[in-house]
Unconditional design. Sequence first.
Length: 169
Amino acid sequence: MNPQALYKISYGLYVVASMKDGRFNAQIANTVFQVTSQPVKVAVCINKQNLTHEFIEHSGLFSVSILKKETPMKFIGTFGFRSGRDIDKFEGVNYITGKKGTPIVVDNSVAYIEAEVVNSLDVGSHTLFVGEVIDAEIFDDGEVMTYDYYHSIKKGKTPKTATVYFEQK
């Protein structure tokens, strides 16, 4: 099997955030998609080892901030390669809180979605959380960051907890 074939599936780059006991956490994710239109539902796939997973399970809420094409690598690194167990990822980051209090990252985002978990599916190393959309807004009409652009132009790396990670042999 050539796992590189799976890289041909189109992905975006997002900040998925949640909360627990008055604390916020967020991470970079590439697996976010709309699953229904009536009612509007989206799904996110989150590694069980990530703190964001724990926060989503606890609160039953998540937000998705859709990143701009120009998002700096340092910003992506903070949310994608650092743990919320070690740092406050929201320090120095512009954010708002959604209708249910979910943190929503404004910096480097073109739009956001806030959702309440209505179902989840254990898919092995990850959980697929399905959320009914509570709110969604557009910040600006800029181009969105694709996972392909992140890899091919920005030369970004894939963390071990990502849905698309394959160990190099």
